[in-house]
Design a protein around this ligand. Structure first.
Ligand code: V1P
Ligand code: CA
Ligand code: ZN
Length: 393
């Protein structure tokens, strides 16, 4: 009914595991794995599965996770059990091992399974790109960009992105990582701080004192020690509250355009965290589904192997709209998706309006004040342009 057909000579693979979605971080925790169920419900209702190769992703193995994570950390993650009674409300426990068990990264039933399935989908996607069986791979269950080698952080325990990029690096000399989640992609940045084979670019709300994780200033571009090949290969785009589609698209296209020209990546990994959308429970921007999706469209135009990850996104109806729209961008050539939601979508009431593209007024009532001046955005572009003088492909 959507008119979506399978394009010839170009493959999209979709990687998910319904078992992942059953896990719960806890009643008051903003991360709801169920948003993946809602997203798939919309994607399938539009008929998009007929235009993709659909895979139930397997759980990543211990050895695969150990390509990035320390075995100490993995061993602990595999054996910790949830507390029968919550310790205390305010996360004051002084002996959290590996930052596990606090309010951001709680221990819940099936935690290890949840993490290994998230990484399994991302890794399966990366492998499909390496074997040229897919041109675009989609892993909405991945994108957990804060996890460190031996530490959980910001709702992320296993860094599926790093594991997937390490796989891509076996086949592609250079990988470009782009992160449009409203938070700084610190875990991925840090993992590749000392290599010039991965360039990381994060767009995020930046306020070192009041917004998680507090890193990602414009001039944080990788350790500038003399013999570090990774110097200048971290790009940070710090933004303020209320940025609009128009500004974001201009900045994204200008920056990514210059980077691709200079760095000439063999593959692109795009983290599509949906908490940069207007109306997100944790986010601060005024992006609409169209502006968020325009980033995917822009990346797709390079015709490079592309992997799309999920990430943040705390208002499930908006997450589902964005990831459904972005799935349609991945599979469609020119045919546009219907802006009206399909007649029969499970959990139809969740969406409130029957449009894929709600207006800012529909989402928020009153849009957030935009605190990004055009002058500041130009200065950011200028800084990045100068930084790129130190980069060579
Ligand atoms: O602000 C903090 C920590 C807690 N303080 C000690 C500082 N944590 C944030 C974490 C946000 C993580 C975002 C993950 C992602 O980038 C990728 C999946 O989207 C936080 C926030 C907040 N408003 O920033 N934690 C919580 N809210 C939280 C709220 C209720 C229950 C548990 C956590
Ligand atoms: Ca980001
Ligand atoms: Zn986020």
């Amino acid at each position: 009914e959507s008119g979506i057909t399978r394009p010839k000579g170009y493959n999209v693979s979709f990687h998910c595991n319904p078992d992942m979605e059953k896990h719960h971080f806890g009643m008051t925790h903003p991360m709801k794995p169920w948003r993946l169920t809602l997203s798939k419900s919309l994607i399938y209702s539009y008929g998009m599965s007929f235009a993709m190769d659909n895979y139930v992703s397997r759980a990543a193995t211990y050895e695969e996770l150990a390509t990035f994570h320390s075995t100490d950390y993995l061993d602990f993650l595999g054996t910790v059990l949830p507390e029968p009674v919550p310790r205390d409300l305010e996360n004051q426990n002084p002996d959290l091992k590996f930052n596990l068990g606090g309010s951001d990264c709680p221990l819940f039933d099936g935690l290890y399974d949840y993490c290994s399935m998230s990484a399994g989908g991302a890794l399966d996607g990366a492998r499909k790109l390496c074997s040229k069986q897919s041109d675009i791979a989609i892993a909405w269950g991945g994108g957990l960009h804060h996890a460190k080698k031996a530490e959980a952080s910001g709702f992320c325990y296993i860094n599926d992105i790093v594991v997937a990029i390490l796989q891509l690096l076996r086949y592609y000399p250079r990988v470009l990582y782009i992160d449009i989640d409203v938070h700084h992609g610190d875990g991925v940045e840090e993992a590749f701080f000392s290599t010039d084979r991965v360039m990381t670019v994060s767009f995020h709300k930046y306020d070192p004192n009041n917004f998680f994780p507090g890193t990602g200033a414009l001039d944080d571009n990788g350790p500038k020690s003399e013999h570090n090949p990774g110097a200048h290969h971290a790009v940070n785009v710090p933004l303020n509250d209320g940025i609009t589609d128009e500004q974001y698209e201009w900045l994204f296209n200008s920056i990514i355009g210059r980077i691709v020209e200079k760095f000439r990546p063999g593959a692109i990994a795009l983290q599509c965290g949906a908490d940069s959308l207007a109306g997100d429970r944790l986010g601060r921007f005024n992006l609409q589904v169209q502006g968020h999706g325009a980033c995917v469209e822009f990346c797709k135009k390079y015709n490079l192997p592309l992997i799309l990850f999920g990430g943040g996104g705390y208002t499930p109806r908006n997450v589902a709209r964005a990831w459904a729209y972005e799935t349609s961008i991945a599979i469609s050539c020119d045919d546009k998706i219907s802006p009206t939601l399909p007649q029969h979508v499970p959990w139809r009431d969740q969406f409130r309006q029957d449009t894929l593209f709600p207006t800012l007024e529909q989402i928020l009532g009153e849009p957030r004040v935009n605190r990004n001046s055009q002058k500041r955005l130009q200065d950011i572009l200028q800084h990045v342009t100068e930084q790129l003088r130190f980069v060579q492909a």
